[in-house]
Design a protein around this ligand. Structure first.
Ligand code: SF4
Ligand code: SF4
Length: 482
């Protein structure tokens, strides 16, 4: 757990936050959090960001580029489309490097800006705070009404409110899971699954029910426990953050010593800080912590406490920002953002990775082709003047159109290619293969292994160049034959 140690000696009486998590009672049972609905400038910004991200999530599956989804992560068929660019198993190195670059970016971002991602962009927070929690406020009322309802015995009021809430929660989960599925198999396939009904695809239907139940369980029951206990990113905060990281912080220099508000009292003259112990920052916290205890593992940087405290500061005519985005060193020592060796190291690694990815992307071909001599075959005497070898070509078409494939023998001169069967045309995203003969005049063969060089051509455009060998009789055999 990361904590601002500077406050420890001064405020031992507030120490028990370090003995257990905010949502675990002294007897080890779960403490249910009833956060007050936040209000304020940052909350409004977060709401706008969330609405945009939710709209993107639900609209993207319907957007297509030349008939294909703009985003697809089809793990089952190992087909990936990212912003219209198709990736295949052969591009796995690009995928792995992109993932590594993303992780380094997240680490760098966290070192500098803390856990801002969790509060503003993380799907868990967005769905929890701006979808499920909104339904809960709408049906069960504000946080104290929710608390009362939970404490009350089962009666008609409790029954219908709880029942309706959980039915809506489950329906939202089902819809969300269908949209998640659309990112895997495409929205058209999801439409087919829905229209065909469960009986046409029983395993798929069971999978959807299980995922919907898991999704429902996460938001109806697990909630902030995902951020506190399960999320690996959350668990990593302790090693990623340092005194220079900008996180949601309480300005203890300004706020302490805290004390109740008395409008008739001059707080400065009375030796009191700006914190009036109103508890508003704690009441709105979705993970149930008191940010005045310092940065804690549970804090998802949602900024609800900033809004709550700013509202109080306005009311008592004090400057806003008693709780704000700030680093520990900026509060304790008034040090502005320091570019330390960690930031430089991660920046260099990230830049290197991005350059490498850009380079590999620029040399990425539209087809992936291999040519191998047909297994188990040797050379054939094609006629009195020529030998032949039989080859197999395999082509993966990464473009969006059918790809007619022609082959040209670049070396040796005077060799001829004869396709076996129909000309090769590879459908988009498919693997096509064909056999062909290479026929070379005997006079041009000077050893048993002659280098051959092919050009793979489509619509007059050279797509690839492949080297192979042509097997012929060795010199002794040839002499005997001659
Ligand atoms: S909201 Fe501000 S004034 Fe109120 S307890 Fe929290 S830090 Fe102190
Ligand atoms: S301490 Fe503040 S920023 Fe952190 S989770 Fe609680 S309300 Fe959000």
């Amino acid at each position: 757990m990361v904590s601002i140690t500077i406050m420890m000696d001064e405020f031992d009486e507030f120490d028990d936050f370090r003995d257990r998590q905010s949502t675990i009672g002294v007897d080890g049972s779960r403490v249910w959090v009833y956060p007050k609905k936040p209000k304020g400038k940052l909350y409004n910004y977060r709401k706008q960001v969330s609405l945009v991200l939710l709209a993107v999530f639900f609209v993207l599956p319907f957007i297509k580029v030349e008939g294909d989804p703009i985003i697809l992560f089809n793990f089952l068929e190992r087909k990936f489309i990212i912003f219209g660019v198709m990736f295949y198993p052969q591009d796995f190195h690009l995928f792995v490097l992109s993932m590594i670059a993303f992780i380094v970016f997240v680490v760098l971002f966290t070192v500098v800006f803390g856990r801002i991602f969790c509060g503003w962009i993380c799907p868990q927070t967005i769905f929890m705070e701006f979808v499920y929690r909104q339904v809960e406020y709408w049906i069960e009322g504000n946080n104290s009404q929710q608390r009362k309802l939970d404490a009350s015995p089962l009666n008609f009021n409790k029954f219908w409110r709880k029942g309706l809430k959980h039915v809506i929660f489950f329906l939202i989960s089902v819809v969300t899971v269908f949209f998640f599925l659309a990112y895997i198999v495409g929205i058209d396939r999801v439409g087919v699954i829905i229209s065909e009904g469960p009986s046409a695809n029983i395993p798929g239907f069971i999978g959807l029910v299980i995922f919907s139940l898991v999704h429902y369980f996460v938001f109806a029951k697990l909630r902030e426990q995902v951020c506190i206990i399960i999320c690996p990113y959350g668990r990593l905060q302790g090693v990623l953050l340092d005194r220079n990281s900008i996180v949601v912080s309480y300005d203890h220099k300004r706020g302490e010593p805290r004390g109740k508000y008395n409008p008739l009292q001059d707080r400065q003259a009375a030796g009191k800080g700006d914190c009036i112990e109103c508890g508003s920052c704690v009441a709105v916290c979705p993970t149930g912590i008191d940010i005045r205890n310092g940065t804690q593992l549970e804090c998802i940087n949602c900024t609800a406490c900033i809004d709550a405290c700013n509202a109080i500061m306005q009311r008592i005519k004090k400057p806003e920002g008693l709780i704000r985005y700030a680093s520990e060193s900026s509060i304790a020592d008034h040090v502005k953002l320091k570019i330390n060796s960690r930031i430089i190291f991660y920046s260099v690694v990230l830049s290197g990775l991005l350059i490498l990815i850009a380079f590999l992307f620029s040399i990425r071909t539209e087809i992936e082709s291999t040519i191998l001599r047909q297994k188990g075959t040797m050379y054939q005497e094609y006629d009195a003047m020529h030998y032949s070898n039989i080859y197999m070509i395999q082509v993966i078409n990464k473009t969006r159109d059918p790809l007619p494939v022609e082959l040209k023998l670049d070396e040796p001169e005077n060799g001829v290619i004869k396709m076996v069967g129909n000309p090769l045309v590879v459908e988009k995203g498919q693997l096509g293969e064909a056999q062909f003969l290479v026929i070379i005049p005997k006079a041009k063969l000077h050893s048993s292994n002659t280098k051959v060089e092919f050009k793979v051509i489509s619509d007059g455009k050279e797509m690839d160049e492949i080297k192979s060998t042509f097997v012929g009789p060795d010199a002794l055999d040839r002499e005997k034959k001659d």
